[in-house]
Ligand binder design. Sequence first.
Ligand SMILES: *Cc1c(COP(=O)(O)O)cnc(C)c1O
Length: 361
Amino acid sequence: MSWPSWLPLRADLQPLSPYGAPQIPAKATLNTNENPYPPSPALIEAIADETRKVATNLNRYPDRDAILLREKLADFINGLSGTTFDSENVWAANGSNEIIQSIFFAFGKTVALGFTPSYSMHPLIAKVSGTIWVDGARNSDFSIDLNQAISQIQEHSPTLTFVTTPNNPTGGAVSLAEIEQLAQATKAISGLLVIDEAYAEFSTEPSAVTLIEKYPHIVVIRTMSKAFAFAGARVGYLICNSVVKDALMLVRLPYHLSALTQAAANVALDFKEELLGYVSTLVSAREDLVSQLEKLGLTCVRSSANFILFSGFPQSAPKLWSQLLEKDVLIRDVGLPGYLRVTVGNEAENKEFIAALKDLV
Ligand SMILES: *Cc1c(COP(=O)(O)O)cnc(C)c1O
């Protein structure tokens, strides 16, 4: 877009476009990798009760440091990964996007490196925060070429190196052994290695949180938005060495996490068995979708997440995307020529998607 000359917008922002996954109502909403299962009546009730309690105090600022929430998040991760973190190893914010922004504010000194295609917000937040973004390429199967990655780390000395695992939009996971090699390379140039684990709960790979004790420059981003089925509440968090958390406190806005958000998230963590209960359902639905896509002659990238990147259709990706939308199925064109990404939905949505696709490929 062209901006009016009276607007003193920063020159480096003028060529950018805002993040914009289309928000279009559809019968099957399979475009933003949410968990399709809504909270149970018991959880809704518990959130309403807790919110009512908190409302009596809304004239006051919330706990600026969100201590209770951070303790609960530490317990949650310890339960999944057998670690011994406490609230000092956790920072929480309004979605992991705010975590990423804080990381750039605190550590985005010169260059940041990531392996494209990956999560589009990493380069966008880099640019907004005035950090140079370097695209590290991937192999044609979208895996990371470790030797090339290590030489790019040595060449550019990024203060931040991003690895998304499982990767969005391609779905593949990076092994812990590979992360450890990247950890050694980033340690040698005194950078941080940022592991974005937004989809970790869907993967069988162990979490990189298990490496933090040995490599304090590894920080791991997690979110309640995806497997945890809590995207509407906007809660993301970082597992890290306590001095990383101390540094992030320098750049956070005062009282950034509202009392209502904290209350809802605290309650949701008490319902973790229920919320994560759908993970195995979604993983088997993913495998089911893969085999149905393959039966239609399409090719799927191996996914360890709750979405599938597929190719092999005769028309262009934007064309198939809009043909599906005409049939009330919303998926995602991630801008990779010849590929589309579909989120694993509930049974009805997945059926809707396959039925619509059958007529088009
Ligand atoms: C969805 C997503 C996020 C953002 O999640 P929020 O916590 O909702 O802000 C972060 N990283 C990746 C890779 C994602 O796909």
